[in-house]
Design a protein around this ligand. Structure first.
Ligand code: PLP
Length: 405
């Protein structure tokens, strides 16, 4: 899972750090490319925006799912062409649109945004080729439409389509649908893709131009807790390949995109933090670690949910909470003696708890703890402004075992 010797060596220099493993990233990108040979992949940069991580994913032929102007810029800096950067986020301003019109495919998130793009394109005297994010008339698992802050309701869009075609500086070339992350059931994902293709056909019948792409968003999950049954990616891939071939037989210019962040980087990162202090209070043993809630917030959030929810498996709320035991805590010690401890952080709040009453090998001050599943929604979610601590380092292990910062 990670190289213990390298981790211990690095921990001499850093009290807390992320270590990203390029080999794991590349293996995951290759798995996707092999299983989905006729799909294109976009890397959701918001998952992990570390420059080396982004570069490593993009060098495998992934385009960019950008959630902000800065993420569009990161794509440009990595040499990604306009057609492979899709900029999709709610609440884009006119300035955001002007800043990205020439360098990304903008995905309009609302009818108001379509009007803003029309305005920006008219000022430049160009025709903007855009996508539209749709809140479809089906839910992720196939039920009825759900209210959403994202996209335009399918029915509203279809009703408005004749009037949108009067926007002379806009051409709708693609559709974007994303409803959920972290699904491990391949049947649910296959059904979701099938519903998206049916929606694409419904749209194509009404629209005068051939659609150039449909972006099916994410959904592809990874196992976090030991109880998680991994998604059968080969099964999903083969079903999806057939669906795409059928679509492309009818609509030859249509390209199919799938977005993912966590599948390619989630397992590639491990968080390491050092034991700063240890004490017994009223018979309970507390271990104080460096930068926990502030350096890697998700384990502490999982504790918070576990504290308040009596349910065995509370429903996930991505990307903040996945499941109760989504992160494995590993002590990098050699002792066989164990003890029950509560792992906390070094902040001036009692809520930075990583694990309560957990049995671990006996820890000493200076020992190192590893926390798994720290490649996605980890460093990017860290509230490091709280209490002005020194942030964890982000280190990158290349495939020829060089460490770069
Ligand atoms: C966050 C996000 C993703 C990334 O999804 P993961 O399943 O976490 O990799 C993909 N698409 C969109 C639109 C997103 O907002």
């Amino acid at each position: 899972m990670f190289n213990k010797d390298i981790a211990l060596l690095l921990s001499k220099e850093y009290d807390s750090f992320y270590l990203y493993d390029e080999e794991v990233i590349i293996a995951a990108t290759q798995k996707l490319k092999t299983c989905f040979p006729n799909a294109h992949f976009l890397y959701s940069v918001k998952t992990n925006a570390n420059a080396k991580v982004v570069n490593s994913v993009l060098s495998q032929g992934f385009g960019v799912d950008a959630a902000s102007v800065n993420e569009v810029k990161l794509g440009i800096q990595n040499g990604i062409s306009k057609s492979n950067i899709q900029y999709s986020a709610p609440g884009k301003t006119l300035q955001n649109i002007k800043d990205t019109l020439g360098s990304a495919v903008i995905i309009a998130d609302s009818l108001n945004e379509i009007a803003l793009i029309q305005q920006a394109a008219a000022e430049k005297n160009i025709v903007a080729c855009i996508g539209i994010r749709i809140n479809p008339s089906f839910s992720f698992s196939g039920g009825n439409a759900m209210p959403s802050k994202f996209g335009v309701d399918e029915k509203q869009l279809f009703d408005q389509l004749p009037s949108l075609q009067n926007f002379s500086n806009i051409r709708i070339i693609g559709l974007h649908i994303h409803l959920r992350s972290q699904e491990l059931n391949s049947d649910i994902l296959e059904n979701y893709y099938t519903n998206i293709f049916a929606l694409t056909e419904r749209f194509q019948i009404l629209s005068e131009h051939p659609l150039e792409f449909v972006n099916m968003g994410s959904g592809i999950g990874i196992p976090y807790s030991p109880q998680d049954v991994p998604l059968d990616i080969a099964l999903l891939g083969s079903a999806t390949t057939t669906l795409i071939s059928k679509m492309q037989a009818r609509f030859p210019v249509l390209q199919v995109y799938i977005e993912t962040g966590r599948y390619v980087v989630g397992k590639a990162g491990v968080y390491f933090t050092k034991v700063l202090d240890k004490k017994i209070s009223c018979g309970k043993c507390f271990v104080i670690l460096n930068n926990t809630l502030n350096g890697f917030i998700r384990p502490s959030l999982a504790q918070l949910v576990s504290y308040y929810s009596k349910q065995e498996s509370p429903v996930g709320s991505e990307p903040l909470f996945t499941s109760k035991n989504a992160f494995e805590v590993i002590a990098l010690t050699d002792t066989n003696d164990v003890e029950t401890v509560t792992l906390t952080g070094n902040l001036c709040t009692a809520t930075d708890v990583v694990a309560s009453d957990i049995t671990l090998p006996k820890l000493k001050i200076g020992d190192v703890i590893a926390i798994t599943n720290a490649g996605s929604y980890a460093a990017v979610l860290s509230p490091m402004q709280f209490s002005s601590q020194v942030p964890p380092a982000e280190l990158f292990l290349t495939k020829d075992t060089q460490i770069i910062q």
